[in-house]
Design a protein around this ligand. Structure first.
Ligand SMILES: [Zn+2]
Length: 418
């Protein structure tokens, strides 16, 4: 790639120094502070760092970090890849990721869904990958509809090739102004935010999936206008992905659950746009066993705990699907900044699936979750701390579901080695 202008080089180098200092003083991985310093010195740094690379942006409410990781892992088959592996998904994190791999010809950036228009505009990315849109803590249907509308404006008139999940009506609507779209049938697990047509507000009819034998993928169409599900180019079909040539590929991922198979299907369609065939990409996808601590099993005092992250109602559904119903489960809830301070979104989750399992509730906002479970009629045990919950449990395997900062606290207890 071509040489950065001197000012951008300096900003990039100082940003990296700040990141190193931040790590050295124990203030996290440094990717955000480093990027902030760089952007302060050179506001145009992200544009400069992104130019001359083949770049994909990845956005969604859920699965961004995992899908970014899957795409980056597959692309390593083609060469060096710059990526924000730590989930720092706003422009400062992007600057840091790109400065850290200045000569990588490929880049994959996870982008916060609200920042997508700005980052697309700045980086002029050639590929944008979109999986799902649903309420995130206090967001409600009207807010995510506005977000999809901003995506539409951002894509209109740009050359970006969008890879989008056509089983999510709102994502389909958000993507459909793009110059070119590859549609992937990746399924939709959370439907509470897409009963209405985003185009006209009419009711969406759904059906037809079971007869086609396609797990999770569902045809949908508006009853009152012409808006309907586009014909998919790629299809997730149970354990397999069917590519646009009709070839069937067995995924065999280490990552568990249907949500991750959907992420993998979208990743395959994305790397195909880079010219990478599934035959070369799939073995790379299979090497991914955990992503930023998610799905990792950690050991303590004879207990093997698998860590699952659930930041919003759709995320809880995905975690429940992966969780083993025979095992005891620890649920940990905080309400710090990144979690959303208001925990009323817990009322959107149907916890009745936990009935019959030993349930342990902890975290700073354990009483909020306790009330929710009590109303749902789920017996549970309240624990003052994660350690107390672990000590109360019998030896053996345990599932842990935590929201964002609760998850990070548990990870930190285990030295973030996971
Ligand atoms: Zn309609």
């Amino acid at each position: 790639m071509s040489q950065l202008p001197l000012r951008a080089q300096l900003a990039s180098a100082l940003g990296r120094t700040a990141a190193t200092l931040s790590r050295a003083t124990g203030r996290g991985d440094g990717s955000v502070i480093g990027g902030r310093v760089g952007l302060m010195l050179e506001p145009d740094l992200l544009r400069k760092l992104a130019s001359d690379r083949k770049l994909a942006l990845v956005s969604a409410t859920n699965g961004k970090t995992t899908t970014t990781r899957l795409i980056a892992s597959a692309l390593m088959e083609l060469g060096e890849v710059a990526t924000n592996a730590f989930g720092a998904n706003m422009p400062a994190g992007h600057v840091s990721a790109l400065s850290g791999a200045k000569h990588a010809p490929f880049a994959v950036l996870e982008v916060d869904e609200k920042y997508l228009p700005e980052v697309l505009d700045t980086t002029n990315a050639g590929i944008v990958t979109l999986m799902n849109l649903s309420r995130d803590q206090m967001d409600r249907a009207a807010e995510i509809w506005l977000l999809a509308q901003k995506w539409r404006r951002a894509f209109a008139g740009k050359p970006a090739h969008v890879i989008a999940n056509c089983d999510d009506p709102l994502v389909t609507w958000g993507a459909s102004t793009a110059a070119r779209v590859t549609w992937v049938s990746g399924g939709q697990r959370w439907r509470e935010d897409s009963w209405c047509c985003p185009e006209c507000g009419g009711p969406l009819d759904r059906g037809g999936s079971r007869e086609m034998g396609q797990q999770g993928s569902v045809h949908w169409a508006c009853r009152e206008c012409t808006f309907h599900r586009p014909e998919p180019d790629w299809i997730l079909d149970g354990e397999d992905v069917i590519d646009p040539h009709g070839r069937r590929w067995r995924l065999d991922l280490q990552l568990p659950g249907e949500a991750n198979r959907s992420n993998a299907a979208i990743a395959l369609a994305t790397v195909d746009a880079f010219g990478l065939d599934p035959a070369r990409a799939i073995p790379r996808l299979r090497t991914v066993a955990s992503v930023a601590g998610r799905y990792t099993t950690v050991e303590r005092d004879g207990r093997a705990m698998r860590l699952l992250l659930a930041k919003n109602p759709a995320g809880w559904l995905e975690a429940f699907e992966v969780s083993d119903p025979r095992l005891p489960i620890i649920l940990s809830i905080n309400a710090q900044g990144p979690d959303g301070r208001d925990t009323s979104w817990l009322w959107d989750v149907d916890y009745r699936i936990l009935r019959g399992r030993p349930v342990f509730v902890t975290g700073e906002r354990r009483l909020d979750l306790a009330l929710r479970l009590d109303v749902a009629g789920i017996p549970f045990q309240l624990c003052d701390s994660f350690d107390q919950a672990v000590a109360t449990l019998p030896l053996g395997r345990i599932d842990v579901i935590a929201n964002y900062t609760a998850f990070q606290q548990i990870r930190t207890e285990f030295g973030r080695a996971v």
